[in-house]
Design a protein around this ligand. Structure first.
Ligand code: DAH
Length: 357
């Protein structure tokens, strides 16, 4: 029979000598593993006579319990030491220089949106908003587009499948439905601009399926084309930050305004770049007109009492003009190099006091 005291002394010493978790595990296997010395003793109890078992059993079990406890205690100690060593090795040296990091920038569209809002806010316009998903009535019917009129298709509209109510919803093709929503929810006088996303099924150098417009609407008594002209000319001078801008109004057609016009600004196209406020060329920048009496009536406003003017322009296009970006599609390609080049500081919001850009 093995000398239990000698075995205990030997194992206790091996446990004390183990200086990492792996060495300790080897000791555990040698003692308590399937072929281990203590496991062998436990197994041998089966062959003992009852008297012998009564005598040796408690000794062997006692040895197993003490060795198990010693192994567990040592393991906990070793793990704590190893954790400490790992934490020390992984310590961050705060004196190291930070790795180079890409700096965020404000997208030119958002910058121009803020500039436009700042200019119109100074003239007393509030900001209004409407949903991207519209119904046919707000996007077309209330704006005096005749039913089944090709103009509905002309806008290259993205239509949804008809819903349970049979209604065909759509992605708004312009910000003009916000005119309707504002006139329905506010009493005149009204003076708002409505910036937002619009959608048309179209893509080339100057068209993307999603782009941004800003809509303007003024409803008051005695409003005429002179108010419209002054507002838009003042806006262009402030936005391009020069008094040298010359504008020209050309007759046009929009279903929701009568009369309607397009406004051009004088520009110079020589040298492959558009320069505003010089040269002999003209560039169309917005659509406008006097709000059609039918639109006022659809919104519950009496056209014999109230009149108004409206205008709409492409925000991204204004950005391309002001900041010289040649391709509209780049604006939505999410290329960080482009954004680093054309982006704006996030800490310098445009305002009339400190300047726009
Ligand atoms: N909604 C027109 C478009 O997207 C732009 C427009 C023209 C808006 C004339 C107006 C307006 O408010 O009076 O083509």
């Amino acid at each position: 029979m093995t000398d239990l005291n000698a075995l205990e002394a030997e194992l206790t010493q091996a446990i004390a000598a183990a200086n990492d978790v792996a060495a300790l595990e080897a000791v555990r296997v040698a003692a308590l593993g399937k072929q281990g010395s203590i496991s062998g003793l436990l197994k041998s109890m089966g062959a003992m006579s009852p008297d012998e078992r009564r005598e040796k059993g408690p000794l062997i079990n006692g040895l197993r319990d003490r060795i198990s406890a010693a192994l567990n205690a040592k393991k906990a100690g070793l793990e704590a030491v190893e954790l400490e060593a790992r934490l020390l090795a992984g310590r961050v040296d705060l004196s190291l220089p930070a790795p180079p990091r890409r700096k965020g920038a404000v997208h030119p569209t958002m910058q121009v949106m803020d500039e436009l809002i700042a200019v119109f806010a100074e003239m007393g316009f509030a900001v209004a908003e409407g949903p991207d998903i519209e119904d046919d009535w707000h996007n077309f019917t209330a704006l005096n587009f005749p039913p089944k009129h090709p103009a509905r298709e002309m806008h290259d509209t993205f239509f949804f499948k008809p819903g349970a109510d049979g209604e065909r919803r759509l992605l708004r093709t312009h910000t003009s439905p916000v005119q309707v929503r504002t006139m329905q929810s506010q009493e005149p006088p009204i003076r708002i601009v409505a910036p937002g996303r619009v959608f048309r099924c179209d893509s080339d150098q100057t068209h993307t399926p999603m782009f941004h417009q800003i809509e303007g609407l003024v409803i008051d008594k005695g409003i005429h084309m002179g108010h419209l002209k002054w507002t838009l000319e003042t806006f262009v001078a402030r936005f391009f930050e020069t008094d040298a801008v010359t504008t020209r109004f050309r007759p046009h057609h929009f279903p929701f305004t009568e009369p309607s016009a397009e406004m051009d600004v004088r520009c110079d196209r020589s040298g492959g770049e558009v320069k505003i406020g010089q040269g002999d060329d003209w560039l169309e920048i917005l659509g406008c007109g006097m709000v059609h009496p039918n639109v006022l009536r659809q919104c519950g406003i009496d056209p014999d009492v109230w009149q108004g003017f409206a205008f709409g322009l492409g925000v991204d296009r204004m950005g391309m003009l002001k900041y010289g970006m040649p391709d509209l599609r780049d604006m939505f390609a999410s290329d960080v190099r482009w954004l680093e080049h054309y982006g704006f500081s996030a800490t310098q919001a445009p305002n009339p006091a400190s300047g726009l850009s």
